[in-house]
Design a protein around this ligand. Structure first.
Ligand code: RET
Length: 236
Protein backbone atom coordinates (compact mmCIF):
# COMPACT_ATOMS: atom_id res chain seq x y z
CA UNK A 1 0.00 0.00 0.00
CA UNK A 2 1.37 3.38 -1.00
CA UNK A 3 0.50 6.74 0.53
CA UNK A 4 0.48 9.59 -1.98
CA UNK A 5 0.79 12.98 -0.32
CA UNK A 6 1.78 16.45 -1.42
CA UNK A 7 5.44 17.50 -1.76
CA UNK A 8 7.13 20.80 -0.95
CA UNK A 9 6.69 22.09 -4.54
CA UNK A 10 2.94 21.65 -4.31
CA UNK A 11 2.73 23.70 -1.14
CA UNK A 12 4.82 26.46 -2.75
CA UNK A 13 2.33 26.53 -5.65
CA UNK A 14 -0.51 26.85 -3.14
CA UNK A 15 1.16 29.83 -1.43
CA UNK A 16 1.87 31.55 -4.76
CA UNK A 17 -1.74 31.06 -5.84
CA UNK A 18 -3.00 32.31 -2.48
CA UNK A 19 -0.87 35.46 -2.96
CA UNK A 20 -2.27 36.12 -6.45
CA UNK A 21 -5.87 35.60 -5.28
CA UNK A 22 -5.42 37.82 -2.19
CA UNK A 23 -3.69 40.59 -4.17
CA UNK A 24 -6.44 40.52 -6.81
CA UNK A 25 -9.06 40.64 -4.05
CA UNK A 26 -7.54 43.83 -2.63
CA UNK A 27 -7.30 45.41 -6.07
CA UNK A 28 -10.86 44.40 -7.05
CA UNK A 29 -12.20 45.74 -3.73
CA UNK A 30 -10.66 49.16 -4.41
CA UNK A 31 -11.88 49.12 -8.04
CA UNK A 32 -15.40 48.09 -7.02
CA UNK A 33 -15.91 50.48 -4.10
CA UNK A 34 -14.78 53.48 -6.15
CA UNK A 35 -17.46 52.86 -8.79
CA UNK A 36 -20.99 54.29 -8.67
CA UNK A 37 -23.39 52.11 -6.65
CA UNK A 38 -25.43 51.05 -9.67
CA UNK A 39 -22.37 49.82 -11.62
CA UNK A 40 -20.89 47.45 -9.07
CA UNK A 41 -22.50 44.05 -9.76
CA UNK A 42 -19.60 42.59 -11.78
CA UNK A 43 -17.18 44.01 -9.21
CA UNK A 44 -18.89 42.33 -6.25
CA UNK A 45 -19.12 39.01 -8.11
CA UNK A 46 -15.48 39.04 -9.24
CA UNK A 47 -14.28 40.19 -5.81
CA UNK A 48 -16.17 37.30 -4.19
CA UNK A 49 -14.60 34.80 -6.62
CA UNK A 50 -10.98 35.68 -5.75
CA UNK A 51 -11.77 36.11 -2.03
CA UNK A 52 -13.27 32.61 -1.77
CA UNK A 53 -10.33 31.16 -3.73
CA UNK A 54 -7.84 32.98 -1.49
CA UNK A 55 -9.46 31.35 1.56
CA UNK A 56 -9.38 27.88 -0.01
CA UNK A 57 -5.73 28.30 -1.07
CA UNK A 58 -4.75 29.54 2.39
CA UNK A 59 -6.29 26.39 3.89
CA UNK A 60 -4.56 24.09 1.40
CA UNK A 61 -1.20 25.86 1.72
CA UNK A 62 -1.48 25.48 5.50
CA UNK A 63 -1.84 21.69 4.99
CA UNK A 64 -5.59 21.74 5.57
CA UNK A 65 -8.75 21.10 3.55
CA UNK A 66 -7.79 17.53 2.66
CA UNK A 67 -8.39 13.92 3.61
CA UNK A 68 -6.49 10.69 2.93
CA UNK A 69 -8.84 8.57 0.81
CA UNK A 70 -8.20 5.02 -0.33
CA UNK A 71 -8.67 4.23 -4.01
CA UNK A 72 -9.59 0.96 -5.79
CA UNK A 73 -5.90 -0.09 -5.91
CA UNK A 74 -5.73 0.09 -2.12
CA UNK A 75 -3.44 3.13 -2.14
CA UNK A 76 -4.10 6.21 -0.06
CA UNK A 77 -4.12 9.64 -1.68
CA UNK A 78 -4.52 13.18 -0.35
CA UNK A 79 -7.89 14.45 -1.61
CA UNK A 80 -8.33 18.22 -1.38
CA UNK A 81 -12.03 18.61 -0.71
CA UNK A 82 -11.39 22.34 -0.08
CA UNK A 83 -11.24 22.88 -3.88
CA UNK A 84 -14.78 21.61 -4.30
CA UNK A 85 -16.13 23.92 -1.60
CA UNK A 86 -14.38 26.76 -3.46
CA UNK A 87 -15.73 25.64 -6.87
CA UNK A 88 -19.23 25.12 -5.48
CA UNK A 89 -19.47 28.86 -4.87
CA UNK A 90 -17.06 30.32 -7.44
CA UNK A 91 -18.11 28.47 -10.60
CA UNK A 92 -21.72 29.79 -10.37
CA UNK A 93 -20.27 33.29 -9.79
CA UNK A 94 -17.92 32.95 -12.80
CA UNK A 95 -20.93 31.95 -14.91
CA UNK A 96 -22.95 34.90 -13.59
CA UNK A 97 -20.11 37.27 -14.54
CA UNK A 98 -20.78 36.49 -18.20
CA UNK A 99 -24.46 35.49 -18.13
CA UNK A 100 -25.41 38.90 -16.69
CA UNK A 101 -24.11 40.45 -19.93
CA UNK A 102 -26.71 38.58 -21.96
CA UNK A 103 -29.99 39.60 -20.30
CA UNK A 104 -31.37 36.04 -20.65
CA UNK A 105 -34.37 35.10 -18.45
CA UNK A 106 -33.76 34.16 -14.81
CA UNK A 107 -35.12 30.65 -15.49
CA UNK A 108 -32.43 29.95 -18.07
CA UNK A 109 -29.76 31.44 -15.81
CA UNK A 110 -31.01 29.17 -13.03
CA UNK A 111 -30.73 25.90 -14.97
CA UNK A 112 -27.24 26.75 -16.16
CA UNK A 113 -26.11 27.47 -12.58
CA UNK A 114 -27.89 24.40 -11.16
CA UNK A 115 -26.26 22.13 -13.76
CA UNK A 116 -22.92 23.62 -12.72
CA UNK A 117 -23.64 22.93 -9.03
CA UNK A 118 -24.56 19.32 -9.89
CA UNK A 119 -21.28 19.01 -11.83
CA UNK A 120 -19.23 20.11 -8.81
CA UNK A 121 -21.15 17.95 -6.29
CA UNK A 122 -20.67 14.87 -8.46
CA UNK A 123 -16.97 15.65 -8.78
CA UNK A 124 -16.62 15.86 -4.98
CA UNK A 125 -18.47 12.59 -4.38
CA UNK A 126 -16.38 10.93 -7.08
CA UNK A 127 -13.17 12.20 -5.52
CA UNK A 128 -14.16 10.88 -2.09
CA UNK A 129 -15.33 7.53 -3.46
CA UNK A 130 -13.15 4.56 -2.50
CA UNK A 131 -14.25 2.27 -5.34
CA UNK A 132 -14.75 2.27 -9.09
CA UNK A 133 -18.19 3.87 -8.82
CA UNK A 134 -16.14 7.09 -8.87
CA UNK A 135 -16.28 6.87 -12.68
CA UNK A 136 -20.07 6.86 -12.56
CA UNK A 137 -20.01 10.21 -10.78
CA UNK A 138 -17.41 11.42 -13.26
CA UNK A 139 -19.51 10.50 -16.30
CA UNK A 140 -22.63 12.22 -15.01
CA UNK A 141 -20.56 15.25 -13.97
CA UNK A 142 -19.21 15.51 -17.52
CA UNK A 143 -22.79 15.35 -18.84
CA UNK A 144 -23.72 18.32 -16.63
CA UNK A 145 -20.62 20.15 -17.88
CA UNK A 146 -22.04 19.85 -21.40
CA UNK A 147 -25.38 21.21 -20.16
CA UNK A 148 -23.50 24.29 -18.87
CA UNK A 149 -21.68 24.71 -22.20
CA UNK A 150 -24.97 24.30 -24.06
CA UNK A 151 -26.48 27.09 -21.95
CA UNK A 152 -23.56 29.42 -22.64
CA UNK A 153 -23.39 28.83 -26.38
CA UNK A 154 -27.08 28.55 -27.29
CA UNK A 155 -29.42 30.67 -25.11
CA UNK A 156 -26.49 32.71 -23.73
CA UNK A 157 -25.04 33.47 -27.16
CA UNK A 158 -28.47 34.33 -28.54
CA UNK A 159 -29.05 36.78 -25.68
CA UNK A 160 -25.63 38.38 -26.16
CA UNK A 161 -26.21 38.88 -29.91
CA UNK A 162 -29.62 40.42 -29.23
CA UNK A 163 -28.01 43.02 -26.94
CA UNK A 164 -25.81 44.21 -29.80
CA UNK A 165 -23.13 46.89 -29.58
CA UNK A 166 -19.98 45.71 -27.83
CA UNK A 167 -21.72 42.99 -25.79
CA UNK A 168 -21.44 40.08 -28.27
CA UNK A 169 -17.68 40.61 -28.73
CA UNK A 170 -17.07 40.77 -24.98
CA UNK A 171 -19.37 37.82 -24.29
CA UNK A 172 -17.86 35.52 -26.92
CA UNK A 173 -14.33 36.42 -25.84
CA UNK A 174 -15.01 35.65 -22.17
CA UNK A 175 -17.26 32.60 -22.79
CA UNK A 176 -14.81 31.09 -25.29
CA UNK A 177 -11.88 31.56 -22.91
CA UNK A 178 -13.90 30.10 -20.01
CA UNK A 179 -15.10 27.06 -21.98
CA UNK A 180 -11.61 26.22 -23.23
CA UNK A 181 -10.07 26.46 -19.76
CA UNK A 182 -12.81 24.55 -17.99
CA UNK A 183 -12.06 21.48 -20.16
CA UNK A 184 -8.75 21.27 -18.29
CA UNK A 185 -10.46 20.39 -14.99
CA UNK A 186 -12.02 17.03 -15.96
CA UNK A 187 -8.71 16.10 -17.62
CA UNK A 188 -6.71 16.78 -14.44
CA UNK A 189 -9.38 15.01 -12.35
CA UNK A 190 -9.11 11.87 -14.48
CA UNK A 191 -5.33 11.78 -14.02
CA UNK A 192 -5.31 12.79 -10.34
CA UNK A 193 -8.31 12.01 -8.07
CA UNK A 194 -9.74 9.55 -10.60
CA UNK A 195 -6.86 7.25 -11.52
CA UNK A 196 -4.10 8.28 -9.05
CA UNK A 197 -1.83 8.42 -12.15
CA UNK A 198 -0.08 11.77 -11.52
CA UNK A 199 1.44 12.85 -8.18
CA UNK A 200 -0.43 15.02 -5.69
CA UNK A 201 2.19 17.73 -6.34
CA UNK A 202 1.54 17.59 -10.11
CA UNK A 203 -2.18 17.75 -9.36
CA UNK A 204 -1.67 20.80 -7.12
CA UNK A 205 0.37 22.59 -9.79
CA UNK A 206 -2.12 21.74 -12.56
CA UNK A 207 -5.21 22.90 -10.67
CA UNK A 208 -3.34 26.00 -9.45
CA UNK A 209 -2.44 26.91 -13.04
CA UNK A 210 -6.04 26.41 -14.17
CA UNK A 211 -7.41 28.38 -11.19
CA UNK A 212 -5.04 31.30 -11.86
CA UNK A 213 -6.18 31.40 -15.50
CA UNK A 214 -9.88 30.88 -14.64
CA UNK A 215 -10.08 33.33 -11.74
CA UNK A 216 -7.17 35.81 -11.75
CA UNK A 217 -6.71 36.33 -15.51
CA UNK A 218 -10.46 36.02 -16.18
CA UNK A 219 -11.22 38.31 -13.21
CA UNK A 220 -8.87 41.04 -14.41
CA UNK A 221 -10.37 40.75 -17.90
CA UNK A 222 -13.87 41.28 -16.46
CA UNK A 223 -12.78 44.13 -14.18
CA UNK A 224 -10.87 45.96 -16.93
CA UNK A 225 -13.81 45.56 -19.34
CA UNK A 226 -15.75 47.79 -16.96
CA UNK A 227 -16.09 50.69 -19.43
CA UNK A 228 -17.76 48.29 -21.88
CA UNK A 229 -19.99 46.76 -19.20
CA UNK A 230 -20.91 50.17 -17.76
CA UNK A 231 -21.70 51.46 -21.25
CA UNK A 232 -23.98 48.48 -21.81
CA UNK A 233 -25.84 49.13 -18.54
CA UNK A 234 -26.40 52.74 -19.56
CA UNK A 235 -28.34 51.95 -22.67
CA UNK A 236 -30.60 49.15 -21.42
C1 RET B 1 -14.78 17.79 -12.22
C2 RET B 1 -14.71 16.26 -12.12
C3 RET B 1 -15.77 15.54 -12.78
C4 RET B 1 -15.97 15.95 -14.21
C5 RET B 1 -15.96 17.42 -14.42
C6 RET B 1 -15.38 18.29 -13.52
C7 RET B 1 -15.39 19.72 -13.88
C8 RET B 1 -14.95 20.73 -13.16
C9 RET B 1 -14.86 22.10 -13.58
C10 RET B 1 -14.35 22.95 -12.69
C11 RET B 1 -14.11 24.32 -12.87
C12 RET B 1 -13.51 25.00 -11.90
C13 RET B 1 -13.16 26.37 -11.92
C14 RET B 1 -12.61 26.85 -10.82
C15 RET B 1 -12.25 28.20 -10.59
O1 RET B 1 -11.21 28.69 -10.91
C16 RET B 1 -15.60 18.29 -11.03
C17 RET B 1 -13.33 18.22 -12.07
C18 RET B 1 -16.61 17.90 -15.70
C19 RET B 1 -15.28 22.51 -14.94
C20 RET B 1 -13.38 27.21 -13.11
Amino acid sequence: MAVHQIGEGGLVMYWVTFGLMAFSALAFAVMTFTRPLNKRSHGYITLAIVTIAAIAYYAMAASGGKALVSNPDGNLRDIYYARYIDWFFTTPLLLLDIILLTGIPIGVTLWIVLADVAMIMLGLFGALSTNSYRWGYYGVSCAFFFVVLWGLFFPGAKGARARGGQVPGLYFGLAGYLALLWFGYPIVWGLAEGSDYISVTAEAASYAGLDIAAKVVFGWAVMLSHPLIAHHHHHH
